[in-house]
Design a binder for this molecule. Structure first.
Ligand code: SF4
Length: 377
């Protein structure tokens, strides 16, 4: 589609159609001439003048087609947009449309060639899916030996800045220390109890917790855990079906242990002196705090609040993220890990690359952006 005509076209729906094409279709498609169509690779988005996708590989009833794909809401868009005389469309091998509003089963090219038409299934049937039903460009790039570490790290650092931006209102409304306390509690809740644990920070603010825990003869973490449990008693938290290690009580114990290490007896409720710029999780870890929990806390609370509040310089926050190991794996990144990993190198060897993988998955892979993402080559 020419740039001028692009301006006249209903960009939204056609862009949606293009995104669905890019994401691939699980089931077989049927060409208007009756042949089954299998998309081996949907092509790389054209991005400007010329066909919408270039370099597609298609199986049309056993015939292998290699070339470009043009997308239109209506089949009549081909002629209306002047593609029949456009030399840039000479390599189009498939005309993918939302509706065939003509009588023809193929689109005639100016050269006399017939271009098969496929009517793409509705949005519900053809939602972008992940993993895509074709080998994505990132896998081909990885197989060619292209390293993915640097782009993933860049995306991971971008995700850190996004987390810091999200933490900023909390930092402004309270104080860095209270924001750190609140975010740590929220993360401690895990997916099941994130909201009630977040509300705990409002019910029992940091200053109140420190005041109530002061001067006790018992270990500070035990006293803090008891105070947090007491404040949480009125909250509706999910307990059913949880492993004992992931129960709300154990999670509160772990959070209390972190708080006791950050704000020992006598420490004021300000930014902890045990968290100077560039501090990684301590070794050994405080009692009841697992390695994965500590890394998740640094990635999701310590670093974002330190960055948002200016408690640490940006460079210190970034260098900690780059050197932290990954807390574990995420099931949703398994297909990506399979495509990007090699026999000698794991694709997510650090917290930064894992964070980059999560951003890639959310912003590109699940949005049909194969060919446009930073790992497409
Ligand atoms: S969007 Fe990029 S990283 Fe994700 S599957 Fe497609 S090519 Fe791979």
């Amino acid at each position: 589609m020419s740039t001028a005509l692009r301006r006249l076209a209903p960009a939204g729906p056609e862009a949606t159609l293009a995104a669905r094409w890019a994401a691939g279709f699980r089931g077989p498609l049927r060409l208007e001439d009756g042949r089954a169509l299998k998309v081996v690779f949907p092509g790389v988005p054209g991005g400007g003048a010329g066909p919408d996708f270039t370099g597609a590989i298609l199986d049309a009833g056993g015939d292998l087609l290699r070339g470009d794909v043009e997308i239109h809401l209506l089949a009549s868009g081909w002629r209306a947009h002047g593609h029949h005389v456009d030399p840039a469309c000479a390599g189009v091998v498939l005309h993918a449309v939302g509706r065939n509003d003509g009588e023809s089963i193929a689109t005639p090219h100016g050269s006399g060639r017939s271009i098969p038409i496929v009517v793409l299934p509705s949005a519900v049937e053809g939602q972008p899916s992940f993993p895509p039903p074709f080998t994505p460009p990132c896998a081909l790039e990885a197989a060619r030996g292209r390293a993915c570490r640097e782009p993933l790290e860049r995306l991971g650092l971008r995700r850190l800045r996004m987390k810091a931006a999200a933490a900023l209102p909390l930092v402004r409304a309270a104080a860095p220390a209270q924001a750190l306390y609140a975010l740590t509690l929220e993360i401690s809740g895990g997916p099941a109890n994130r909201a009630p644990f977040a509300s705990l920070a409002r019910r029992l603010p940091l200053a109140a917790l420190l005041e109530r825990s002061a001067g006790s003869p018992f270990p500070r973490r035990t006293v803090m855990a008891a105070e947090l449990r007491g404040a949480a008693a009125q909250l509706i938290v999910r307990r059913a079906g949880m492993r004992p290690m992931a129960s709300p009580a154990r999670r509160l114990e772990s959070a209390a242990s972190l708080f006791a290490s950050w704000w020992p007896e006598g420490e004021v409720p300000g930014w902890p002196s045990s968290l100077p710029a560039g501090a990684a999780p301590p070794r050994p870890l405080p009692a009841c705090v697992g390695r994965a929990v500590a890394i998740e806390t640094w990635v999701n609370a310590v670093l974002p609040v330190a960055l948002a509040s200016g408690a640490w310089p940006e460079r210190a926050c970034e260098s900690v993220l780059l050197t932290l190991p990954p807390p574990g794996t995420y099931g949703k990144l398994k297909p990506l890990a399979g495509w990007l990993g090699t026999a000698n190198a794991r694709p997510f060897p650090s917290a930064a690359t894992l964070q980059g993988g999560l951003l890639l998955h959310a912003d590109y892979c699940t949005k049909g952006q194969c060919g446009r993402c930073p790992l497409s080559g």
